[in-house]
Design a binder for this molecule. Structure first.
Ligand SMILES: Cc1cc2nc3c(=O)[nH]c(=O)nc-3n(C[C@H](O)[C@H](O)[C@H](O)COP(=O)(O)OP(=O)(O)OC[C@H]3O[C@@H](n4cnc5c(N)ncnc54)[C@H](O)[C@@H]3O)c2cc1C
Length: 412
């Protein structure tokens, strides 16, 4: 009864469970899936998020699996270099930027939680269908799967909805919210085993959305057997028709490879790289308008359930991890659970709203848009004639400040 009930064992739910456990606050996780399997493709963790994971004692484990991203490198669709800057430790941060398979990250978090808190603290096949509260606590109602048989209710002190972009709890509090906001860009995502490219730890962004943009970065170390890394890629193309979002929807290479047919660069032959993919998934680039509130008495939202954002700033998983830290601190500082959830909302809602809105307008790839527009999509002679180094740095640093990971912010 005194437990905190966490709904969802994704990145946010597991990070929260680990932070609460470390703070001596008892919690239990209830996950819809029958089994936690390492699904998804690549994600990035910026230094403000890896700082939190380091404080949970996970940096060494993550270093074994993830790539410590060394640089961000921007090209136009003709393969001309626009801008390069160091990232993570290479840029002087105390903590690394990690590029990692989402499933690898989820399993590191899961294994740590099971080892530290015990297997009986995770309940799979518990799909949340609603939450109620009274003066003394919450009752969370479950079925055994989406649309499945009733599993009854669990009592707890508070309930934290970490149930992702299709959050059942968010829908309960905002029933009229409607469909997500489609950005007009569809994404095809995949992973390819390939030899290391550029620095071997580069995060590449190339092209522009109207003609096809690629984001490419390695997420697993080179295998000793063949020297190949697992390399994540996302092809992003303006596409008028919205196709429903589902993380596991298979995509077809023929639907998008035409945009990259002549991308033959000295550092990568893009069409061959795409064709060599293990698997291709498709996902519309969507978000939702920021909410006016997340906390309702003893119930609150966290991670994608609270602030789904378009994935253009490497921030989705990281912001869920920062939410987890803020909520844990609020619960430690406030004896009253309702006051704690209100304090958490106060600290995080405005900060994440700024990121959701900036990801729509000026994420890091605004650098590509600027050059695309100024050159009218033609090759340039010298980049300095198109855009100054100072302007490029200002675009990049502006996003870091808004997303909360400028070096000054992390020194504080
Ligand atoms: C299968 C999957 C694949 C993904 N792949 C990518 C990717 O390749 N790249 C990327 O950038 N992001 C991906 N994401 C999203 C990314 O993990 C999140 O944007 C980010 O990490 C924030 O995490 P979160 O914990 O808020 O949400 P998520 O990591 O999405 O976790 C939500 C969890 O809640 C569970 N859940 C959902 N509904 C219920 C319910 N009603 N009751 C109980 N549990 C529920 C889900 O099964 C999941 O485990 C993926 C998410 C999922 C679920």
């Amino acid at each position: 009864m005194d437990d905190i009930i966490i709904v969802g064992a994704g990145i946010g739910g597991l990070a929260l469970a680990l932070a609460l456990h470390a703070a001596g606050i008892p919690c239990r996780i209830f996950e819809s899936a029958a089994e936690i399997r390492p699904i998804g493709v690549g994600i990035n963790l910026l230094p403000h998020a890896t700082r939190e994971l380091a404080s949970l004692g996970l940096e060494a484990e993550l270093t074994k699996i993830a790539i410590a991203t060394a640089d961000a490198t921007f090209f136009n669709r003709f393969g001309q270099l626009i801008y390069q800057e160091p990232l993570g430790r290479a840029a002087g941060y105390e903590h690394p930027q990690f590029s990692i398979h989402r499933g690898d990250l989820q399993l590191v978090l899961l294994d740590a939680f099971l080892a530290r808190a015990g297997r009986d603290r995770l309940h799979t096949s518990h799909h949340c269908i609603g939450v109620e509260q009274d003066q003394s606590g919450v009752s969370v109602h479950f079925s055994d799967a989406p649309g499945g048989a009733d599993r009854g209710s669990i009592r707890g002190r508070v309930a934290i909805a970490c149930d992702g972009i299709n959050s059942a709890v968010r829908k309960q509090f905002f029933p009229g919210e409607g469909e997500p906001r489609y950005s007009g860009v569809n994404m095809w995502r995949g992973v390819t085993r390939w030899k290391p490219m550029l620095s071997g730890a580069s995060m590449v962004r190339a092209g522009w959305l109207s003609h096809g943009k690629m984001v490419i970065y390695p997420i697993r170390h080179a295998s000793e057997a063949d020297g190949l890394q697992l390399i994540n890629w996302v092809a992003e193309i303006e596409t008028p028709v919205y196709r429903k979002r589902d993380w596991n929807r298979p995509g077809s290479i023929d639907d998008f490879i035409g945009a990259f047919a002549d991308w033959h660069f000295d550092w990568l032959d893009v069409p061959s790289f795409i064709r060599a993919a293990d698997r291709v998934l498709e996902f519309p680039m969507v978000d939702q308008d920021p909410l006016p509130r997340w906390s309702f008495g003893r119930i609150t939202l966290l991670g994608d359930a609270a602030h789904p954002m378009v994935p253009r700033g490497s921030n989705g998983a990281g912001q869920a991890i920062l939410d987890a830290r803020a909520l844990t601190s609020a619960l430690l500082e406030n004896g009253d659970a309702v006051a704690a959830l209100a304090a958490y909302q106060k600290q995080r809602l405005e900060a994440t709203t700024r990121i959701v809105l900036t990801n729509r307008t000026n994420p890091p790839d605004a650098i590509l848009r600027e050059v695309f527009e100024r050159t009218h999509d033609k090759p340039f002679g010298a980049i300095e004639d198109v855009i100054s180094r100072d302007e490029l740095v200002a675009l990049s640093e502006g996003y870091k400040r808004i997303a909360g990971y400028s070096k000054e912010a992390l020194r504080g």
